[in-house]
Design a protein around this ligand. Structure first.
Ligand code: AMP
Ligand code: MG
Length: 268
């Protein structure tokens, strides 16, 4: 398996050591990477079909990033062409009063994938150790123990047959500036601009610390984190597609055998 961007369980992540501009995993030109990406995308389509047909495995893809990190665009591009019947996207926003009245994993567990399904989390339970920590929405004693809950929760999902892949889309602060300016100036993107995003940007260093802790403390063999260099979208998409395809291929899935002997069937 390709593990260039995988966070080794137990290792200490320092994000300044992870280059958001890296494209070194692909030896070729940008045009070549796009061709390679198209191939991976077709392969992903076929593998998802097989996952759905076999209806045995479950796959959970977690996407986390700073604002403008490219979560929406990964969902659109990496999964383009994949049969929507077997894939769903769950976007986690600030919790509702009903959600807040439960434990923080309650709303998340309800959306975990069933057999044959791929579920993509656009943000996730990790917000409960990221924004919640940075904005001090709960005291330290409360968020501190969540890393342990999260690891155990994911272990349970994995034990029950879920392949879990977690991607942190690593952009630089300068790239975020560029993207935010783009949002401001593009009439088709302006709607995404929220004034609160500027406050989050001001808290960049606090977020980096919170991300470093989450990535260090919750990357496991059964639910690894990948830190994907994401300043270059074409490379980011290729890298994520490659990891997804390899993970699906390693499941050695088979089309199910029909329950009846069909050799004598003739369609009139
Ligand atoms: P967006 O993904 O841009 O639509 O924004 C969703 C917002 O919901 C982000 O600001 C998240 O940080 C916020 N959010 C998601 N989960 C939580 C949570 N558990 N607690 C507080 N805010 C959250
Ligand atoms: Mg946003």
């Amino acid at each position: 398996m390709w593990d260039r961007y995988r966070v080794r369980p137990g290792s200490r992540v320092r994000l300044r050591e992870w280059d958001p501009d890296d494209t070194g995993g692909f030896q070729g030109t940008r045009v070549e990477v796009e061709t390679a990406f198209a191939k991976l995308n077709h392969r992903l389509e076929a593998l998802q079909e097989l996952l759905y047909a076999e209806s045995k495995h479950k796959m959970l893809v977690v996407l986390q990033a700073m604002d403008c990190g490219g979560k929406d665009s990964v969902i659109r591009r990496v999964f383009q062409g994949v049969n929507p019947q077997g894939v769903s996207v769950m976007s986690f926003k600030a919790p509702t009063p009903r959600e807040l009245s439960h434990d923080y994993l309650w709303r998340v567990h309800a959306h975990a994938p069933g057999r044959g399904q791929i579920v993509i989390f656009n943000r996730s339970h990790y917000e409960d150790v990221l924004i919640v920590r940075v904005h001090k929405l709960v005291p330290r004693s409360v968020w501190e123990r969540r890393y342990r809950h999260i690891v155990e929760f994911e272990r349970m999902l994995a034990d029950e047959g879920t392949t879990i892949l977690k991607f942190y889309l690593n952009i630089s602060k300068a790239e975020q500036k560029k993207q935010l300016e783009d949002r401001l100036n593009d009439p088709t993107k302006k709607w995404k601009f929220r004034i609160e995003d500027l406050e989050e940007r001001r808290l960049w260093p606090q977020y980096m610390t919170a991300y470093e802790d989450a990535l260090s403390r919750t990357s496991t063999d059964f639910a690894p984190w990948y830190i994907i260099p994401s300043n270059h979208r074409w490379y980011r998409n290729w890298a994520i597609a490659r990891i997804l395809v390899e993970a699906l291929e390693s499941l050695n899935m088979q089309y199910p055998q029909p329950s009846n002997d069909l050799s004598a069937v003739r369609i009139k």
